[in-house]
Design a protein around this ligand. Structure first.
Ligand code: AMP
Ligand code: MG
Length: 435
């Protein structure tokens, strides 16, 4: 059997990022830059006031103090957005608002709090240093400087600097469009009635959400019948536009009933592999069609699908999108042990809590069956148990791959702790760490 690492490395070797495209900033969120971006302008663009106050030449009010305020005529107001070419006239000042251009010849701004606020003749009660309360042009970014490096993923703050610099479009690795196809004659889309022997498709909605939550685009979620010819035809269609295809079901050892395997055996570079993991043993991967679209054929059971996505598809999607990816695991102490099959890397559903020492405690949720979707929904993460381990002892340490954002898990643990404190207060009185 192939190990998880071998299978992952082999498939990642074959995955290249999708083509570079130029997109307007409004479509750039979440995509990865393929070129360095330089700023065409200084940021700030011009010297502007950091405060509401009075723009002065600092040397002219050097003697001002609370005891001997200085009366200075005000030439007018300068608000943010004022485009007039204002200049300083000796012995006067301008009333100025935050973000407004500092007039030529003024070198500082006196805060309104250090004046009487008069709009015509202001009493200035404090001296200021040259440069005080002025944001100089180019202080943040110099025109011509690199503001973002190739390989950077564009998040909210990256959008902010691009917009501030007036960069209206960027070259990025294109959005990764994913087709999700659930195979099985027993499947009915949620919302439609199920007949005898039928079940609702739960893999489709789960995978589409996983794809979206990872920052990609689930552009199609559909169905494949248990008929090899029909499967081939349908997958050929998706090869034409999708950047990655994920199928579920139809790849175990059921012969002609396993229509996905039957349809794709020998197609493109498809290979069907037994990976030494639990769950998720039957894996298929290859590049199909002239666009060499990566196709993942995952097993059918929902837990196997989830594990396969986390272990193989998520890194592949990241590579396709030009993103760097490395799984983050959380160390946790096993609250209640379980067993693990010899020679297979196990991914065991666990719920996390805090133990008395403040570390994470991992407790198994639901049974071992890969069909247990109710239990799956209760899990915070997957404890990753190396192939050689057969007994996961209570009190031992495991690494947990989170299934939800860690901040969300943390928030729930904190809420649970507060509830616990509240209960303690009702009874024996509030105490630190009371549970
Ligand atoms: P298969 O590998 O096609 O035999 O599927 C294995 C098990 O997973 C069977 O019990 C299927 O009914 C179930 N299954 C397959 N696809 C889905 C799906 N999209 N949603 C829920 N269960 C599924
Ligand atoms: Mg099936």
């Amino acid at each position: 059997m192939t190990t998880v690492t071998e299978h992952l490395e082999a498939l990642l070797e074959r995955i290249v990022p999708v083509d570079t495209v130029t997109v307007p900033l409004s479509e750039a969120h979440g995509l990865v830059l393929t070129q360095d971006v330089t700023s065409p302008v200084d940021l700030p663009r011009f010297a502007n006031s950091a405060m509401d106050g009075y723009a002065v030449l600092s040397s002219e009010i050097a003697e001002a103090s609370p005891e001997s305020p200085q009366l200075v005529p005000v030439r007018g107001d300068i608000a943010a957005g004022d485009g007039q070419p204002h200049t300083h006239r000796p012995g006067t000042c301008w009333r100025i608002l935050t973000g407004a251009p500092v007039p030529e010849g003024c070198d500082a701004v006196v805060r309104v709090e250090d004046t009487d606020g008069n709009p015509h003749e202001v009493l200035i009660k404090a001296a200021v240093e040259a440069g005080a309360n002025v944001r100089p042009a180019g202080e943040d970014v110099r025109a011509g400087a690199v503001i973002l490096r190739a390989g950077t993923r564009i998040g909210p703050t990256q959008l902010a600097v691009l917009a501030a610099a007036g960069v209206a479009q960027v070259s990025v690795t294109g959005p990764v469009r994913v087709a999700v196809l659930s195979s099985g004659d027993e499947l009915v889309p949620v919302g439609e009635p199920v007949g005898p022997g039928q079940i609702h498709d739960s893999n489709g909605p789960m995978l589409a959400a996983l794809v979206r939550a990872a920052g990609h685009f689930a552009v199609h979620a559909g169905h494949l019948p248990d008929d090899a010819k029909a499967v081939s035809k349908e997958i050929e269609h998706h090869q034409d536009y999708a950047d990655l295809v994920i199928t579920t079901g139809g790849v175990s050892k059921g012969g002609s009933y396993d229509a996905v395997k039957a349809a794709l055996t020998g197609a493109g570079s498809m290979e069907f592999t037994e990976v030494s993991m639990q769950p998720g043993k039957p894996q298929g991967f290859g590049l199909l069609g002239k666009r060499e679209v990566p196709v993942f054929t995952l097993p059918g059971n929902p837990v196997s699908v989830l594990v396969s996505f986390e272990v193989f598809v998520r890194p592949a999607l990241a590579a396709r999108a030009g993103m760097r990816y490395s799984p983050v695991t959380m160390p946790a102490v096993v609250a209640q042990g379980w067993s693990s099959p010899e020679g297979r890397q196990q991914y065991h559903r666990v719920r996390l809590s805090r133990d008395v020492s403040g570390s994470y405690a991992a407790e198994p949720v639901s049974g071992p069956g890969s069909h247990l979707v109710g239990g799956l929904a209760q899990a915070d993460g997957l404890a990753v148990i190396p192939a050689e381990v057969t007994e996961v002892a209570t009190g031992s340490q495991v690494l947990v791959l989170p299934l939800r954002p860690v901040a969300e898990i943390e928030a729930d643990l904190q809420a649970a702790r507060q509830d616990g404190d509240g209960d303690a207060a009702d009874g024996a009185g509030r105490g630190q760490g009371a549970r």
